[in-house]
Design a protein around this ligand. Structure first.
Ligand SMILES: *Cc1c(COP(=O)(O)O)cnc(C)c1O
Ligand code: SF4
Length: 424
């Protein structure tokens, strides 16, 4: 028998004592009853006078919204509870660190039309809304999330669809926000349908935190709507083993049963999951509910989240403690999303110790040094007779890959002083 999962207890919480199961399991009720003010919050958790005072100050600048479900998951007494740290504002959010940037990933700058970031050659990120069911305190997009939806009406979407239509390189569209699943099933059906009409859009991805903060949103009807538009992939955002509940399990299994592969993108957060063993447990738990670890993100340089940041070394340490020690499926890629819009940069421990033409020395997770003897007669792949090498959609046109393909001999930063000194 598998170890069971806990349902979130809510009847014993004063605020929810008269709530019926039907209400509790209705995502629209959950949305409508999200906790947005201090008096309501105090019917769920204990606040010290200082915390209450700090919270009031922070709420003047940032919005709070916590779904009843996620609120019930918080520890009532312990202010260090990881779920609480992700949900309840603190005074630290008002601190602007000297390294903070308002749009660190240049998502707005790299946007050819409002709400659409086209950073990588073959895929684009479409922010369909600024709204979420709950506002995560560590949100990297807090510059826009929770702000009134200025340009996310259907007009803005139409502009984005038009851009995708006339950009045949885009074969992968990521719907993000905000949380796209805050929309009605009909609206989601419409958006997926419009994208599916575009011939060159091969896959669609939806980024959502609903399975974590509002698992009731994952209804049979929603799954039926999504599966009509396959191949559709979902990425969600579990950060701590405490978030794996019976409700979350049901939600993720519903998606999996509809053939919708769910991946997970965690954010490395100080005092929440900056521990190899918490992360290992989290990866094991999400696999048990049929979610596949995809990324662990280094916390971005967005304003107001500096109190969540760890060193990059912490992420490397976590990967060192996962790779080899547990299932390969449980090992996500640790990435730093480059400030300035450079995209995700994977970082990991070094496994390559040294090499000659003939031999490569590698180390494994146990510290064993091993050698791999390279074939002496390997001539490489011949692109001449390879139809895929003649497909311009596949051939890399940027970066180191371009150099390796023989297109150009160097990549140079702009305004090199050495180059500026050249007379011609
Ligand atoms: C993360 C991201 C993507 C998707 O990256 P993958 O590595 O393909 O998952 C695409 N566009 C933007 C702007 C992103 O930030
Ligand atoms: S669900 Fe995602 S976009 Fe919304 S607040 Fe949380 S991290 Fe930000």
């Amino acid at each position: 028998m598998q170890k069971g999962y806990q349902k979130v207890e809510y009847k014993n919480i004063p605020l929810f004592k008269d709530v019926t199961d039907a209400q509790w399991n209705d995502w629209k009720w959950q949305l409508k009853n999200a906790i947005r003010d201090i008096p309501t919050l105090e019917k769920v958790i204990k606040l010290t006078n200082e915390e209450r005072d700090h919270l009031a100050k922070t709420l003047k600048k940032f919005k709070m919204a916590i779904t009843p479900y996620y609120a019930a998951l918080m520890d009532k007494e312990d202010r260090h509870c990881p779920v609480r740290l992700m949900a309840v504002p603190t005074l630290s959010e008002l601190h602007v660190d000297e390294s903070d940037l308002s749009d660190p990933l240049h998502e707005d700058i790299d946007a050819p039309v409002p709400g659409l970031t086209h950073r990588y050659p073959d895929r684009a990120l479409l922010m369909v809304t600024h709204e979420c069911s709950m506002y995560c305190r560590h949100c990297t997009r807090r510059r826009i999330v929770g702000e009134p939806d200025l340009n996310t009406g259907l007009g803005h979407l139409e502009q984005a669809f038009e851009y995708i239509r006339k950009t045949p390189e885009i074969r992968d569209v990521l719907l993000s926000g905000g949380d796209p699943l805050i929309f009605s099933d009909e609206r989601i059906d419409y958006i997926l349908g419009e994208l599916r009409k575009i011939e060159h859009v091969e896959i669609i991805r939806i980024g959502t935190r609903m399975p974590v903060v509002l698992p009731q949103r994952i209804t049979d009807n929603l799954c039926n709507v999504i599966r009509k538009h396959h191949p559709v992939y979902v990425n969600t955002h579990f950060n701590h083993p405490k978030e794996i509940t019976e409700e979350a399990k049901i939600a993720c299994e519903k998606l999996a049963d509809a053939g919708i592969r769910v991946g997970n993108q965690s954010v490395l957060l100080k005092d929440v999951n900056d521990c190899s063993n918490i992360m290992k447990k989290l990866m094991h738990e999400i696999l048990r509910i049929r979610v596949i670890p995809y990324y662990i993100y280094q916390c971005d340089l967005s304003e107001g989240i500096s109190h969540f940041r760890t060193t990059i070394s912490k992420g490397i340490e976590i990967i060192e403690n996962l790779r080899g020690h547990t299932s390969g499926l449980a090992v996500p890629t640790f990435v730093v999303d480059a400030p300035g819009g450079g995209g995700k940069i994977p970082v990991m421990p070094d496994y390559l110790v040294s090499q000659t033409e003939k031999r490569v020395v590698l180390r494994n997770y146990e510290g064993v040094l091993t050698t791999y003897t390279q074939p002496s007669d390997y001539k490489g792949h011949n692109p001449e007779n390879c139809e895929y090498c003649h497909d311009q959609n596949l051939v890399a046109k940027d970066g180191i890959a371009k150099l390796l393909n023989g297109e150009g001999t160097s990549l140079q930063p702009e305004n090199l002083r050495r180059i500026n000194r050249h007379t011609k």
